[in-house]
Design a protein around this ligand. Sequence first.
Ligand code: ZN
Length: 150
Amino acid sequence: MAKCEEGYLCEVCGEDVADVTVSDLYLRFVIGELDPETLHTAPERHIRCNPVLAQFIVDDAFEPVVVEGGFDKRLLDPAYVLKREDLITRGWRRLQELAGVEEMPITDYPLPEVRERLREEGSGDAGTVRRGDAETGDVGTGRQGNGVME
Ligand SMILES: [Zn+2]
C-alpha cells in the first residue's frame, strides 16, 4: 500500500506533488542545495515546474526541459553547465532509486559526497577531535574506557 502523504501541492502549478521522483524540494536536498532543516518548511514544487534547475537533468528517461531567457543553460559557461548537469542528473537518478526504497532515514537520501559534507558539518564538536585518532595511531588507549581513566 502506498503511503498517503497528500497535501504537498506545487506552489507553481497547484497540482499534487505525488512523490520524491518529481519533487524539486527533494532534488535540491539530495544535491545538497537545501538545508535538511528547511525540507519540511520550504514550499514544494515539481521538478519540471522549476525549469532553471530541471534543464540540467540529462537522462533518456527525463524529457528535456528548455529555459527561455537569461537562465537558459545554452547561454551559460559550458564548464559550469557540465558540472551542473553531472550533479543534478545524479541527484535526479538518486531520486528514482529512492522511490523503490521502503524505509530509509532522510539523512541517507543525499548523494554520497553531500552526505559526507552534512556529516562533517553536523558532527561539530566530536568530529574534529576524533579525526586525529587514526593518524596518531593512538586508537584504543582509553577511548572506550569512559571513567576507567582515573
Ligand atoms: Zn507544478
